[in-house]
Design a protein around this ligand. Sequence first.
Ligand SMILES: [Zn+2]
Length: 738
Amino acid sequence: MKEGVNQGCPLSPIFATLVLHRVLKPLDFKLRQRAADRLARGLPGDDGFGSLAHLFAYMDDISSTVALEDIQFFCEEIERLGTPRGCFVNPFKTRILTSCNGESSLPKLHLSNSPLADTIQRTIATYSITKNSDDTTSPIELVDGFRLLGTPIGSPVFAMKYYNEQLQIVKEATEALNTNITDLHTRLKLFTTCTIHKLPHLLDSDIMHNLPLDFDNENWHNWNGPLTHGIDTIIDHFIKTILDHENNLPTYSTLIAYLNTNKGGLGILNASHKAAPNFVLNMMNCRRRILHGFQINKDITPIHLHISLAELFDNSSNPTSTSLTRYSQLLPHIAPICCPPQCQVDERITLFESNISTHSARSRIKAHCGVVGTAQLYSLMETSAPEHLHLLPSLLSPQTSYPLVGMNRSNVRHRLPNWALSIALRRKLRLPVYDTSNPPICKCGKQHDCWGDHTFQCKQISKKFAHNIIRDCTATALQPALATAGYLRASSKLEIEKKHIRTSDITAQPFDISFDPDPMTDDNIHTPCPYTTIGADITITHSLHTAPPFEFSENAISSLSAVANKHLQKFERRKFMRCNKRDNNSNFIAGDAVIGELIRANMILLPFAIDPHGRWGPILQNFLLLSNNNLDYSFPRHRPNAQIMCSRSITHPCPIGILRTADTYWKTNKPRHFFGNSYSSPTPSIYTIQQLGLGITKAYSTHIRNATRTYTTTNTQRNNSSSGHTAMDSLGTHTPLM
Ligand SMILES: [Zn+2]
């Protein structure tokens, strides 16, 4: 390559700008001179400076506003300066815009200044043309708007036309995904992270062009303009297609899909929540740059825009601007959200406009929208589907969101087969997993409910297989966090079904998974723990049928979370209250005595209860994250050891809040950038929650699939030698979900 630049080379844009600078600098100088001459001739123009031209270039994309008198000069001069430097004006890509109202201004100009109108007409015919089908060319004069760096500039009608074009492109791309990507998990990931993200950069202009002056500004998150409506329709259609769901989606499912993954949703673009903040933040940044200039580097003096441009962004000098009016409308409602809570109420707007970084403003808005979105979902559920309301705290468990959309897929274990994704996605969105009109009959003789809840409730359906998947995944998932938190050496593993625990119940294996905290090692980080073994007993609960009646009020979310926790607590308590039994020699073994023996052996029993939507019991929450829940467990008098064991399991020095500890150590001493070797799992806590959630998702999809498979398909009865478990397990061996 002797000249020109390589397409795609990171240096290309720099080379391009270096050359363009040589063209634009003298051009700018000459244009200024022309404006100064006009001013000297007593022609102030519409800006009072003789109609200054403003050059705007982003890499090799040059846009400029020039006075009518300068159009011809501009085009000829850029060609004259560019050609010897290897820059050529491409008339098929160059466009000249003369008005925004849909009508050319040239006929009018002909009446007042015919020679000027003629030169403009000639310039257009030379520099702004298109090729016809018969290879001839026609001039193109834009009269409604143009695209500046992908944003529509011009009339609202032009913007609308542009949105529709962009929506159509995304619709077609979505259709292409639907037909070509047969793997549903891949399709979902591509849609949420690529396809739909071709649109959000336009959302601020949706507000800029369309926000009504009498809009209910306080409820900016309910904005529904032409673009947001189009985006919502595409998302709705996509979910229906991926799930083969023929009816309309319930609105609550859509709201769950919009919610961020850390709030238990799918994190699919919520256009209504993004539009107004994007507009206000962009406008704020423009105004800040007007005041302080463009600071490229702290050692270089900021570059200030010309006063005639700066005045356009000032209400007092530009009182008729609808964009500024819309900004002032929304500002009092958005600025306070972007400020830190300790900031004085009456100082928030000033602080927002002068000081708050875009980054922290965005993260505060994101958090705010998470709260708003969750509240919207609860109140919608309360009115439109009250029968599911009590399940919301479980449905919105982030751990069952990450495996669907938030995990790095270059790891094969993170990929879900179609049947598993389909079940897990339906469960997350509370859509039926079975045919609503005719759900299958369960082996117990009852008919399944269409949601799959019965599979967790029925005594005839073993949860053993699901339990074992969770057990094995949990053992693997917890190890890196426990090592980072200083409880284990990097090489120590968790043990599955630890044997030879000496209790009077010799058949008892009280721990599904366990670890023996390592004594002081060479590792830098050590968290002392006086117990010899920390063991967990995993239990899968059934769903709560209905919530106890309560007043739907401001506290609905916390009340319902408390109800969900209480339900899980029941199952945790049972693990501390082991049944009394007799051994093979008919010797009586008191359940509480066995717990006492574990206490004397200096061991800890942690009951890990997990509900059918993946919500963790309070003890597991506390073990991982130090919950703020009221950990109130009381046991009958004749169960003194249960009481002691329970108190030990939820307090220091038992490992609690291990993910917080791991995060703290990780942040002080990062051996690599991302804990999970992916930007999607940067910290020990996110990584571990994702891995635990993955195990739960795989286990439950398998469980729900097998619940009807073992009964309806006859060939699973081939292995009918012994108990029901065997049929289940034999099915399980075909399952690749480990
Ligand atoms: Zn049943």
